[in-house]
Every structure is written in structure tokens, then in C-alpha cells.
Design a protein around this ligand. Structure first.
Ligand SMILES: [Zn+2]
Ligand SMILES: [Zn+2]
Length: 208
């Protein structure tokens, strides 16, 4: 599997499913994961669990493994999309799915599958116009103007940080991908999206 191909996973769900070219043996995959157990990300040095090793193997092949963020950076795709692509990739291949399930049984306390699953959760955002009578009470409001989702997440982090735990930010985000990206971002960061009615999002700051 080459890096270039990964970018097309989401657009081409049937790719390599039946051709046999993408097929590997779960035992071979697990042997490779085992061989790299306790290794550190070749990019940033964080320690990698078995799930992360398997994702790295799926994305980049049998090269020194990297964490999701570093894989995403090397492919120039958002980390969230990287997680979604890889989840789809694993789900469509019996060999990877079997290896993934085996690792989940072997690492019962590992939080990585939850983190990735949250980032793939379907957005709970209605297309309905916000009912202004139900505008949840918020401590701050930020209109992100014309910022795209990739550009607003960093300032959004700052806005959330400026709040006290439990306080709510009302965010206006007009970017077309906000209904997917804002819930996913909340899932990853632990802030709680209490209401989303595009382009308005009410986000409660997490407890530290
Ligand atoms: Zn890394
Ligand atoms: Zn794990």
C-alpha cells in the first residue's frame, strides 16, 4: 500500500477489496505488529500501541511506524480524515479487521480505538435553523467569519481555553464541512458539543 493510494480510500470504497492485491494474512500483520511492539513513532517519538502500529502498516506499509498525526502530516491530510480513512480501510479488509479485533482483545484498556471511533462518529447536527428562543446560555460567542474548518480549529482551541470548565462558547462556523468537523473535533478534544444547528454550534468546555 503506497502513501498516494491512501488518499483515495474514501472515494473508492471498493478499491482492492476483491482483487486480492490488498489482502494479507492476519497472522502476518500481527507478526509485524509484534515485531514492532513498544516502538516509538518515527516522526514525533510517542510510544505506539498495537492499533497504531496496525494503522501505520495500513497507511504506509512495512516502514518504521508513525502515529496517526505524523502519518496525516506526511500525507498532508487532516488527522481526522486520516482516522476516518484508516477506519474504513480496516473495516473493508478481513485481514486487517481480524488483526484489529485481536489487538482490541489483547489491549483491553487501550483508548485509541475509542478516540478514532469518536472522530468518525456521525455528526449530531441538524440542518434546522437554530431556534433563537432556545439559544443555550453561553459565556462567549465567536463568529469565525469566512475561516475554513482547517483554519478555525487553532483559534477555536484558544477560545475554549479562555473559558472556565463547563462554560459554553457559541461558535458561528459557515464552512460547509463544519457539520462534520466540529463534532469530530469535539470528540477528539473532549469538549462537549451540546447543540449544533449549522452554522451555530454550542460547545461546553471540558473539565481539565
Ligand atoms: Zn508521531
Ligand atoms: Zn491500542
Amino acid at each position: 500500500m503506497t502513501l498516494e493510494k491512501l488518499e483515495n480510500f474514501s472515494e473508492d470504497p471498493q478499491a482492492e477489496t476483491d482483487s486480492g492485491a490488498g489482502m494479507e494474512n492476519p497472522a502476518t500483520l500481527l507478526a509485524w505488529v509484534n515485531q514492532h511492539a513498544n516502538s516509538l513513532c518515527a516522526g514525533c517519538g510517542v510510544s505506539l500501541c498495537g492499533h497504531q502500529l496496525l494503522h501505520s502498516r495500513a497507511a504506509a506499509g512495512p516502514v518504521p511506524p508513525r502515529c496517526l498525526k505524523c502519518l496525516a502530516m506526511s500525507l498532508k491530510v487532516p488527522a481526522l480524515q486520516m482516522g476516518q480513512n484508516l477506519t474504513g480501510y480496516v473495516a473493508r479488509r478481513d485481514c486487517y479487521r481480524a488483526a484489529w479485533d485481536w489487538l482490541t482483545a489483547a489491549e483491553p484498556d487501550c483508548n485509541y480505538p475509542n478516540l478514532v471511533a469518536q472522530s468518525c462518529a456521525k455528526p449530531e447536527v441538524s440542518g434546522a435553523k437554530p431556534d433563537l428562543n432556545q439559544d443555550p446560555e453561553h459565556a462567549a460567542e465567536w463568529d469565525s467569519g469566512s475561516l475554513g474548518c482547517g483554519d478555525l480549529l487553532l483559534p477555536l482551541r484558544g477560545k475554549m481555553r479562555a473559558l472556565n470548565a463547563g462554560q459554553i462558547l457559541k461558535l458561528i462556523a459557515r464552512d460547509a464541512s463544519a457539520p462534520q468537523d466540529i463534532p469530530a473535533w469535539c470528540g477528539v478534544t473532549g469538549h462537549q458539543l451540546i447543540l449544533g444547528a449549522h452554522p451555530s454550534y454550542w460547545i461546553r468546555r471540558r473539565n481539565d
